[in-house]
Design a protein around this ligand. Structure first.
Ligand code: ZN
Length: 239
């Protein structure tokens, strides 16, 4: 029941290229906003939880489901912390701002205008956390799929599915102006669908690794695409 966005945008003191200038800024986000909306979401989540609790499944299975979603929530928090940590590392004070997408309210973690290099880093930080987390998981536990590890599987599922969702939003160029992919595209002065491809590739490769841990192609394809995404910061530094 949690949706997400992220990234930033506010007028910036430096002069990016015209195409990028329209959206340079800074923020990141997630979570409910207006109290009435929040109340609706809480009620719906509660009903879902009650429904799940009422299902005639074993208590252990119910606990696994709860642990799985706990892992997903932890991965979400880790994504957001990536933005906050880079904000603080650059000496920028993070703030909160209300945003919405498709009628779903969120809080955006915002910051003051920064250079393209810093903007790209802050906007990318959430994905870098996701990519690093999945890399550690799949490198240390290639057989994750066969293990009884609902918490870790919840983290992995969130990371893959969030990346897929973000990438399709980038392809379609839809979503809140504060979304991460838009901040990355603007600061590096590349088209947003290219950012979408760089976000989607590691997710697809890691999903492949999960089901076929011995295949070398997805393992190295994933690592190469993650590195390529990070190296785009060099392009941002030249804007
Ligand atoms: Zn984000």
């Amino acid at each position: 029941m949690i949706a997400m966005v992220s990234s930033t945008f506010q007028p910036s003191p430096y002069r990016p290229p015209v195409r990028a200038r329209a959206y340079i800024g800074s923020k990141c986000n997630m979570n409910a906003a207006r109290s009435t909306r929040l109340g609706d979401i809480v009620r719906r989540v509660s009903l879902c939880a009650l429904f799940i609790a009422a299902l005639p499944i074993r208590a252990a299975a119910q606990q696994d489901v709860a642990t799985f979603f706990g892992g997903a929530a932890t991965a979400l928090a880790a994504h957001e912390m990536g933005h906050v940590i880079t904000d603080v590392a650059f000496g920028v004070s993070p703030g909160l701002e209300k945003v919405s997408f498709a009628g779903i309210p969120f809080f955006a973690i915002t910051h003051d205008p920064v250079t393209p290099t810093r903007e790209f880093t802050i906007s990318s930080a959430g994905f870098w956390v996701q990519h690093a987390t999945d890399e550690v998981l799949l490198s240390r536990m290639p057989n994750l799929r066969d293990r009884h590890a609902p918490f870790l599987k919840g983290m992995f599922a969130f990371n893959v599915l969030a990346s897929v969702g973000y990438s399709f939003a980038a392809f379609a160029r839809v979503g809140p102006i504060e979304r991460d992919t838009r901040g990355m595209a603007a600061s590096a002065n590349v088209r947003e669908p290219i950012i979408g491809a760089l976000i989607l590739a590691p997710a697809l490769f890691d999903g492949w690794r999960y089901f076929d841990p011995r295949a070398p192609l997805p393992r190295w394809g994933s690592r190469a695409s993650k590195i390529a995404g990070v190296l785009l910061v060099i392009r941002a530094s030249r804007q």
